[in-house]
Design a protein around this ligand. Structure first.
Ligand code: HEM
Length: 215
């Protein structure tokens, strides 16, 4: 079984057959998990049906996109640190669904934002602000990743598919910058990103030690 959306798996880029004995079958289905992850978007958009201002869903959809992106990027470090186990293998297998859900929330976020501005000229003018271009660049990176998140692209791109997947890291940095720039209170953004940063550092240390031992 090959790696999925957002980043490498083990050092060979290959994960082992996932055996989830006793796990509910539905949760092993990527479309089902994707659907499940998208259910909260209905609640986020529901206020619009009650004539709430268009900007109301911007915040929750942005946060959902950021949190799912963080989760998708945490999967490889968790796998490296805790080894292949039932839950790390499940997460690895479901990374594509989680990554696509992150992109989908960011797409809803972007559409609602654009609709709330209402004029293409104003949207383009707004891109001059760092708080906005960081968001647009993060969105473009997630869109590129979503576009190649399928078996046909994996086959077509071969080895470079994995390199393109690394776009997820700049996307996360841009998302953090965007979050910090659009909000005065940095607590929430830093609380969500700190565990990911720690996991990535721990993963780098473990990988370096492992490589040294092998050399
Ligand atoms: C496509 C370009 C984007 C634009 C124009 C944009 C615009 C905005 C705006 C105007 C806000 C402030 C909302 C408010 O305070 O009511 C915001 C907040 C936010 N956006 Fe974006 N965004 C974009 C892309 C993204 C992407 C790709 C992500 C995540 C992957 C993201 C995550 C967030 C987060 C986490 C917040 C902060 C929510 C909070 O205040 O707690 N945005 N965005």
């Amino acid at each position: 079984m090959r790696a999925d959306f957002l980043g490498p798996n083990d050092s060979h880029g290959v994960i082992h057959e996932v055996r989830l004995i006793g796990s509910p079958m539905l949760l092993n289905s990527r479309p089902f998990l994707f659907g499940l992850l998208m259910v909260p978007s209905l609640a986020m958009l529901a206020p619009l049906a009650l004539s709430a201002p268009l900007r109301v869903p911007i915040r929750p959809t942005g946060e959902a996109a950021a949190v799912l992106l963080i989760l998708a990027l945490a999967i490889t470090p968790l796998h490296v640190l805790f080894g292949p186990s039932r839950w790390t293998l499940w997460l690895t297998r479901q990374r594509r669904a989680i990554g696509l859900a992150a992109f989908s929330y960011s797409a809803i976020h972007t559409v609602v934002f654009s609709a709330s501005i209402g004029s293409l000229a104003d949207i383009i003018a707004g891109m001059a602000w760092a708080s906005m271009w960081t968001g647009w660049l993060a969105f473009a990176s997630l869109a590129a990743l979503a576009l190649i998140s399928n078996d046909a692209s994996m086959r077509r791109l071969g080895r470079s598919w994995k390199r393109v997947q690394r776009l997820a890291y700049p996307a996360a940095v841009l998302t953090l910058a965007h979050w910090l720039l659009v909000t005065r209170d940095w607590t929430e953004a830093l609380l969500w990103f700190a565990p990911l940063a720690l996991l990535q550092i721990a993963r780098a240390v473990v990988t370096l030690r492992r490589d040294k031992r092998r050399a």
